[in-house]
Write a protein that binds this ligand. Structure first.
Ligand SMILES: Cc1ncc(COP(=O)(O)O)c(C=O)c1O
Length: 217
């Protein structure tokens, strides 16, 4: 906060504050590149994985993920452990057949169903889970075994709180406002091979491959 305060009037002899500069200009590009490089080293993100900084609230990703990574498949598996995964399921339902592979609704979302009881569809495009259910307080302590499915996780409220092995995931997404910075941006970390298969109806601004080209500005 002190650094932000100091840079409020002028950022590194640029003659202007961050609030005044063009988000496509050379000064902001330096800030954005540093941001991506810091995130890459903090999370040990491999070169084959892209970081997108999407201009939208995190909730938008509930619809954007199926639009971007279904890649012709018609179903996706979801683990329901609280209010946020419930919302993710509701929105994904508009784009594909959602199989709720496991749910802890019967315990009023106070637990994670035993992995041996999960029903996974091997034809599904991905398996989605919420690593920390911010409202119900249920947190996965490690990445679940996706049994070969592409693993997708909403890490909004516990990203950067512990070391994770990014290579276990196809896609990780998180709103910046909880653990990383101010609201208004969502970080989407996507494996290369999942990029470039967005449905035709996906607007460019929400197409991960397009975003990665112009990122982070
Ligand atoms: C786990 C989780 N997912 C999604 C969201 C939604 O984020 P946003 O308000 O940016 O849409 C939140 C917000 O609290 C959250 O905690």
């Amino acid at each position: 906060m002190q650094q932000a305060q100091q840079e409020m009037l002028e950022w590194r002899n640029s003659g202007m504050s961050v609030m005044e500069m063009s988000h496509r200009g050379k000064h902001f590009s330096i800030i954005a590149e540093e941001l991506e490089s810091d995130l890459r080293s903090l999370m040990a993100v491999l070169k084959i994985i892209r970081c997108c900084f999407c201009k939208a609230v995190q909730t938008a990703q509930f619809s954007l993920i199926p639009q971007n990574i279904l890649n012709g498949k018609t179903s996706a598996c979801y683990i329901k452990t609280g209010a946020w995964s419930e919302k993710a399921i509701k929105d994904a339902n508009s784009y594909c057949d959602v199989l709720v592979s496991a749910s802890s609704e019967d315990t009023k979302f106070t637990s994670i169903p035993d992995a041996s009881t999960w029903i996974l569809d091997e034809q599904a495009a991905y398996l989605h889970y919420t690593s920390n259910e911010t409202i119900h307080g249920v947190e996965f302590q490690e990445a679940p075994d996706a049994k070969g499915l592409t693993l997708v996780s909403d890490m909004s409220s516990n990203i950067l709180s512990r070391k994770i092995d990014v290579s276990q995931y196809g896609l990780i997404y998180a709103g910046t406002q909880k653990n990383m910075g101010p609201a208004g941006v969502t970080v989407v970390i996507v494996r290369d091979d999942l990029m470039g298969h967005a449905s035709k109806a996906t607007p460019s601004v929400f197409n991960y491959a397009e975003q990665a080209k112009t990122n982070p500005c």
